[in-house]
Design a protein. Structure first.
Length: 257
């Protein structure tokens, strides 16, 4: 690979950095309004990095740029935002890739770099990193073909970076666009890190979902979103990420995409 083909991936630590402002614009272009938190929350987490100490949540904004234009905000190739949650694991919250940078391995690079950063956070407090979890919204049966193609591309990427799909469970989350909007159902994907995939039985997978609901979304048993995610008899299991790419046409059985 020539130097001009390489992608640099590094942490943005200055909220006034033009690359951070470019990441904000890409965030708003690539994340659905129902699923994205206000950018101001992310900006505050960048400011808070200077006072971070082991044992607290540690949030990271990674940016990816072509090596020959590493400081040029107009050349931003992608971003990823995630956090280490002590006692739980890693949580990759958002990732976005610019249209002009697609098919250059940017998404893969961002995932792998985030895995390394979150593992370092766990090491700092002398605990293992059992997994990294992330969410993604699967199109509905009547969604446009372009939405399905994007979903299928995402699922391929998830499998490429070692992600496994939590089948049998939909994470029901609040609508970030409006307080009275419908809840947003998300699929969960897990990359086992310091635990083998065989360790993720139904009970542990329910715990992965419960940890997000309680620690990130601030819900608890009895809350409608919590109970809809983890109803009685919920028996999730890990399956290859590719299995999540199956689509269901309206009124028809599952068909392999």
């Amino acid at each position: 690979m020539s130097r001009s083909d390489r992608i640099f991936c590094f942490e943005a630590l200055d909220v006034c950095d033009p690359l951070v402002r470019a990441a904000e614009r890409l965030y708003e272009l690539t994340q659905h309004p129902d699923e994205r938190i206000p950018w101001g929350w992310i900006a505050r987490s960048i400011k808070g990095r200077v006072g971070w100490r082991p044992g607290a949540w540690n949030r990271h904004l990674l940016v990816a740029t072509p090596s020959e234009r590493a400081t040029d905000p107009t050349a931003l190739a992608g971003f990823a935002y995630g956090a280490h949650l002590p006692g739980y694991g890693g949580y990759l919250c958002y990732i976005g890739v610019a249209d002009v940078a697609r098919k250059r391995g940017v998404g893969t690079r961002l995932y792998h770099q985030m895995f390394k950063v979150l593992a370092a956070d766990a090491c700092a407090i002398d605990e293992p990193l059992p997994f990294v979890v992330w969410e993604s919204h699967k199109p509905g049966p009547d969604a446009p073909e372009d939405d399905w193609k994007l979903w299928e591309a995402r699922v391929r990427l998830f499998g490429k970076v070692g992600g496994l799909w939590i089948d049998g469970l939909e994470l029901m989350t609040p609508n970030c666009a409006t307080d009275d909007g419908p809840s947003v159902p998300l699929q969960l994907f897990v990359k086992p890190v310091d635990l083998p995939a065989s360790a993720f039985d139904a009970d542990r997978l329910r715990g992965v979902a419960a940890g997000l609901l309680e620690g990130v979304y601030r819900t608890e048993p009895g809350d409608p979103l919590y109970d809809a995610t983890l109803p009685p008899g919920c028996e999730p299991r890990l399956r290859p990420a590719s299995e999540a790419g199956r689509r269901k046409e309206a009124g028809q059985a599952l068909a392999v995409a």
